[in-house]
Design a protein around this ligand. Structure first.
Ligand SMILES: N[C@@H](CCC(=O)N[C@@H](CS)C(=O)NCC(=O)O)C(=O)O
Length: 293
């Protein structure tokens, strides 16, 4: 068995793949692919492994497997007797599929539509900082001539030219995040340990990475509040698993941290108050619906 993973430390999708590999107790060679700051994912060589120019890609005995969800399915099928069963057949398929599309980083969906794309959206201030490590000219050239996902090209170029994301984008992503957090709280109101119930699954691998991004972007107060008690308990459970350290914390490149500190100092995300305003509004709205029933 020879496994190689191409990924980036501060990439939500790469984190999903690494958490899953850790949960399956699989060891692999790791190849660090710097994204916006260097454009390693835009080289011809990497494109042969991942035609969409995205991370992560797993290479299993020379077979390239791009996409975090496909990677999880691949290792779960090929190594069924190792570690956790990530796609247990005994579970309710419809609920599982619904949750999978809720967490997935689906490049065909709009930013904010799923928790996965919202995690990308709330990261925009940092993506811009990384793009700004390179000249406008090199970003325009690299992205317009090399990136396969054409609809992403003008977005990256515009962000580099503006030097920061438009406020309307930050605001929209914050409001979407509030909605998705309420959905998670509702799912977890079954009062079981994991998203699908008693069994740890691929959904929890995704959630570990997505909630880590929420924490990393300084929205971590949502994990401390008794307003979202199930989320608080769930985050404690998944962040205490070995896969959180082994799949995420151990791979941080350090590129983001100084920029996050420059943006938010010792404090919360600039949009944290807006997040809480919206969360409080949604919680109240839900309470009103329940009392009127
Ligand atoms: N559906 C893909 C999405 C992968 C994805 O969007 N990766 C991001 C990093 S989290 C990326 O490579 N971005 C680089 C770019 O868009 O240029 C997966 O789940 O693997």
């Amino acid at each position: 068995m020879s496994l190689e993973l191409y990924g980036y430390g501060e990439s939500v999708a790469s984190n999903i793949a690494r958490v899953a590999l850790s949960e399956k107790n699989l060891t692999y060679k790791y190849n660090l692919i710097y994204l916006e700051s260097r454009g390693d994912h835009l080289t011809q060589e990497y494109k042969k492994l991942n035609p969409k120019n995205l991370v992560p890609t797993l290479v299993d005995d020379e077979l390239p497997v791009p996409d975090s969800i496909k990677i999880m399915r691949h290792i779960d099928t090929k190594y069924p007797d190792q570690g956790e069963d990530l796609f247990p057949s005994s579970l309710d398929n419809d609920t599982f599929d619904d949750l999978l599309s809720f967490v997935t980083l689906d490049e065909s969906k709009e930013l904010g539509d799923t928790l996965g794309t919202t995690a990308g959206g709330i990261s925009a201030p940092l993506l811009v900082k990384m793009l700004c490590k390179r000249s406008i000219f090199s970003i325009i050239w690299d992205y317009s001539t090399k990136h396969s996902i054409k609809k992403r090209v003008p977005i990256f170029i515009l962000l580099r030219i503006l030097g920061k994301p438009p406020k309307s984008l930050n605001k929209k992503m914050t409001l979407m995040l509030a909605q998705h957090l309420i959905t998670i709280e509702e799912v977890l109101s079954h009062q079981k340990e994991f998203m699908m119930g008693d069994k740890y699954t691929a959904i929890d691998c995704c959630m570990t990475s997505l909630l880590h991004r929420v924490q990393e972007m300084r929205f971590g107060s949502v994990f401390e509040s008794n307003k979202l008690p199930y989320l608080k308990k769930y985050w404690k459970t998944i962040s205490n698993r070995n896969s959180y350290k082994e799949g995420i914390l151990d791979y941080v490149t350090g590129e983001w941290e100084p920029e996050i500190n420059k943006l938010y100092g010792d404090g919360a995300n600039t949009y944290n108050d807006l997040l809480w305003e919206e969360l409080n509004r949604l919680v109240k709205e839900k309470e009103n619906v329940t009392t009127n029933m």
